[in-house]
Unconditional design. Structure first.
Ligand SMILES: Cc1cc2nc3c(=O)[nH]c(=O)nc-3n(C[C@H](O)[C@H](O)[C@H](O)COP(=O)(O)OP(=O)(O)OC[C@H]3O[C@@H](n4cnc5c(N)ncnc54)[C@H](O)[C@@H]3O)c2cc1C
Ligand SMILES: Nc1ncnc2c1ncn2[C@@H]1O[C@H](COP(=O)(O)O)[C@@H](O)[C@H]1O
Lengths: 249, 324
């Protein structure tokens, strides 16, 4: 199996979010970047399958400026075989999807995998856009990925239950929770980090595609008034507050 | 010109979240001086279809192809594309749920339309078209400007108030063309979850964390949920420990929820947990540790031992319910 895995470069989940330039830009001061958690689950799943004997070649792909290279190197240190960076600011999702579709056309990949969503833009868009550009079948938010001969068994959460699906290569899938059963993502060891330095990381220039969306302003949530404390010996007061003040019961 | 709203049905019925979508779509259509048209897939009876008129849709287009009883991202996207083109839709509204999220990106490519996913309010401006969406996993919001002719948005659940605004709705049947290969990913079976409300549909959530010590202590949590007509949820630690099923896990990597009332019991309030629940209207925390971060996010708090506070609170809720 030849997999193309889309690696996002996102602020660590514990980051405190701030903006600059009149709230038009994300403030990167003190921000630590990580691989998007969902694609990290997906990469780990592929590596587990490889360790269990599935023939597997994993290419990590990212649309980003040179700043994202440490994140791509981390994917290589975890065990991806090689990587491609498309040298461009990652802004509009249609633009990013177009770039990844181009990479797919120039390789002979069996599957394209993205995370269910990025934890900065929260779009959940790339999988469907890439699939549509390439006219490939797709599964969004898969919670299972099991190889069965030349087919893959997937599960997808839909209203009222889980839909079990069978896909044939090639296809596109976005990984949700459950894609990686049990285990936690791998922490690269020294050897992995050393090896990652020697693995190929190809940098290519983007193809043209007009961006149709842009962020004009960011907002932080309104600060909340202080929490009203209720004594544990007077829980009736909480019931009254929820009824009369908050009007939620 | 039209606003097209994709109205998903579940077993032939609409859920409340669909009425929210229609109310929203109708309000957007009003601002844009155009009509709100709903589109459905699968077989629905006339009375059910007409329910959408209560919330301001002036027309509902019912796509009746049998194949559509099974979900396929490709087939659904193609069907909505056909209806959108036929009705000259310039705004398409879908729910930010598994269906909407699967279908909207494909539609965006088909119609060369800008897509804003996870929208939380009506457009603040029609020209340039600007909508507010959730970013940084709930830690912030952003105004997105969509510059294409056709615009697509997915609306976050519980972000717009359902309102009645009855119209004389007309229904129209439509037979769509299903593209070859639309079912290349083959549906095998649906493993049904229980019929109870899901955490994303609930108006009140009673949520438990590791502070509850073990799954055997969930009786009082379930009892509170029962009294309040609520649904139970939990922190990731709890579902990772298999104390509770994974569908109950809320937070950044679990379900993102926005109920009217979220009651957190024995949950510390880690940033990744809060990211998934801070859209709740009102939050209550019960925790032994006065320094638990949840107290900074909550509206009401009790510093105390859940094993003492919850039974007392259950009795008080019960008394309240009997009297009201
Ligand atoms: C990438 C990533 C993603 C994550 N995503 C999520 C997510 O989606 N959702 C999520 O929930 N977490 C998530 N986490 C985990 C998160 O960081 C916390 O570890 C987790 O939320 C803690 O769960 P908890 O509050 O139940 O347990 P704990 O942190 O152990 O807190 C237990 C709390 O119970 C209190 N307590 C103890 N005894 C009692 C008692 N008798 N009565 C009342 N209170 C008591 C304690 O004071 C404490 O505050 C994520 C972490 C990472 C790294
Ligand atoms: N700049 C990028 N380069 C490569 N992959 C990306 C990029 N941005 C997002 N992705 C992938 O697309 C998924 C969904 O992103 P989004 O649509 O922004 O929520 C992420 O989980 C990543 O797998």
């Amino acid at each position: 199996m030849k997999a193309l895995i889309c690696i996002g470069h996102v602020p660590d989940t514990t980051s405190k979010i701030k903006f600059t330039d009149n709230d038009t830009k994300f403030d990167t001061t003190d921000i630590k970047y990580i691989i998007g958690p969902y694609e990290e689950l997906a990469l780990t799943r592929l590596l587990d399958l490889k360790d269990a004997g599935t023939e597997m070649h994993i290419t990590a792909v990212n649309v980003g400026t040179a700043e994202t290279e440490p994140t791509i190197r981390k994917a290589l240190a975890m065990g991806a075989d090689d990587a491609i960076r498309i040298n461009s600011e990652a802004t509009d999702n249609l633009f990013i999807a177009k770039q990844i579709a181009e990479v797919y056309k120039n390789g002979d990949y069996d599957v394209i995998i993205t995370g269910k969503e990025s934890i900065d833009y929260n779009g959940g868009q790339l999988e469907g856009m890439i699939a549509e550009f390439l006219n490939l079948p797709s599964v969004s938010g898969a919670s299972k990925f099991e190889i069965n001969g030349d087919k893959v068994i997937l599960e997808q959460e839909i209203e009222g239950g889980d839909l079990k699906l069978e896909a044939s290569f090639p296809f596109v899938v976005s990984a949700g929770k459950g894609f990686l059963p049990e285990s936690e993502p791998r922490i690269p060891n020294m050897r992995g980090i050393m090896m990652a330095r020697k693995k190929p990381l190809q940098v290519i220039e983007p193809v043209a595609h007009d961006a149709v969306t842009e962020v004009s302003k960011f907002y932080l949530p309104e600060p909340k008034p202080a929490c009203k404390m209720v004594s544990p010996d007077n829980v009736e007061e909480l019931v009254t507050l929820l009824h009369e003040e908050a009007k939620v019961i | 010109m039209a606003v097209l709203i994709y109205t998903q049905n579940y077993d032939g019925k609409f859920k409340k979240s669909v009425f929210e979508l229609v109310t929203y779509g109708a309000a957007a259509a009003k601002e844009m001086n155009t009509d709100a048209i709903a589109v459905t897939t699968g077989k629905l009876d006339e009375t059910t279809l007409k329910e959408l008129g209560k919330y301001g849709a002036s027309k509902v287009i019912s796509v009746t192809n049998n194949e559509l009883n099974d979900f396929s991202e490709q087939a659904y996207a193609s069907v909505i594309e056909q209806v959108a083109k036929k009705n000259d839709a310039d705004l398409i509204v879908l729910g930010n749920n598994p269906y909407g999220r699967a279908v909207a990106p494909r539609l965006a490519v088909k119609l060369n339309a800008g897509l804003a996913a996870g929208v939380v309010a009506l457009p603040s401006s029609i020209s340039p078209f600007t909508v507010k969406k959730r970013v940084y996993s709930g830690k912030a919001f952003a105004d997105i400007v969509i510059k294409s002719d056709v615009k697509i948005i997915t609306l976050n659940q519980n972000s717009y108030k359902i309102e009645e605004n009855p119209t004389d709705i007309v229904t129209e049947d439509f037979t769509a063309e299903i593209p070859d290969g639309a079912y290349a990913v083959k549906p095998i079976e649906v493993v049904k979850s229980s019929d109870k409300l899901s955490v994303t549909d609930a108006e009140i959530l009673v949520s438990g964390g590791r502070g509850l010590k073990g799954p055997e202590n969930w009786g009082m949590i379930e009892e509170m949920a029962e009294i309040l007509g609520a649904v139970t949820s939990c922190s990731r630690t709890v579902s990772d420990l298999d104390w509770r099923p994974h569908e109950e896990h809320v937070g950044q990597t679990g379900k993102v929820v926005a109920p009217n009332l979220y009651i957190a019991i024995g949950i510390s309030g880690a940033i990744q947990h809060l990211a998934g629940v801070n859209g709740s209207k009102v939050m209550v925390v019960i925790n032994t540790d006065p320094d638990a971060p949840f107290f900074e996010a909550a509206d009401y708090g009790i510093i105390g031992d859940a094993f003492e506070v919850v039974p007392k609170l259950n009795a008080a809720f019960k008394k309240f319910k009997e009297e009201n």
